[in-house]
Write a protein of this length. Sequence first.
Length: 264
Amino acid sequence: MGAAFSVSPSPLVKFPFSHPVSFQKILILLDTSTILNCRVVCTDWRDWFTASKTIWSSVSSRMVARMLRRKMRTELEQVWNIRLGLLLKMVDECWTEEQEMTMAIRIERATRQPIWCEWDDTLKVISQLHQAFHRELMASPCVGPVCIFLRSKVAHPSVLKVMRETLARHLNCVIIDERDKEAGVVRQCLLRAMISCQQAPRWVFKDMDVGWLGEEEDDVQQLESEDCNDNQISGEAAELTPSKFSFSYLLTCMYNLVSGLFSP
């Protein structure tokens, strides 16, 4: 009764190392959550995932192919094309296996999530700005409205309805390249939105050359330290400083629009 029984390890423990090509082909056919669960099967499998440098890039390529094949209703094609374009730009910015893993998970969730259409007036502005970019009147294509990029882990219709009625209302934003801030078509769209009876979109200017996957950690820390120093120096005087965007920029836009209307 005191004899010790030794349990021989399963042959599947060394399967990723003995048959790496077959193992990777099987993984590519799985969804991202199952692939992540495979990491915790045993220490040998975890070591294989740690040493692998191509598995998530292969999974990401398959997710992109599935995303491109997704069919949408006619009224939702514009919204899906905007989301699709941004996701493809983010895929091009992936350099590490960790970034490939993040993008594969993000693309899979975006492909499975239902699409809704909000802010028809803002979508018309986006379409006009895209046409201006194709006519080389803008340096970069704009992105928006931000509300169409909302992603929910809960697919219940009531939850999605609450998101549309609350969060989407505050995310009616259009992201434009900083180099296009002085573009004539951007100024015209801004002024038309100001005099419109509908809720005007918010305008966010971003350096498109930086990319969408975030800045380096050192740059973020530097910006945080600069903001902290500015707050310490400015104090209450910052609240009294007029907004450059609210006054000079808008006045310049109005002057250019009026000049264009009355010019021969």
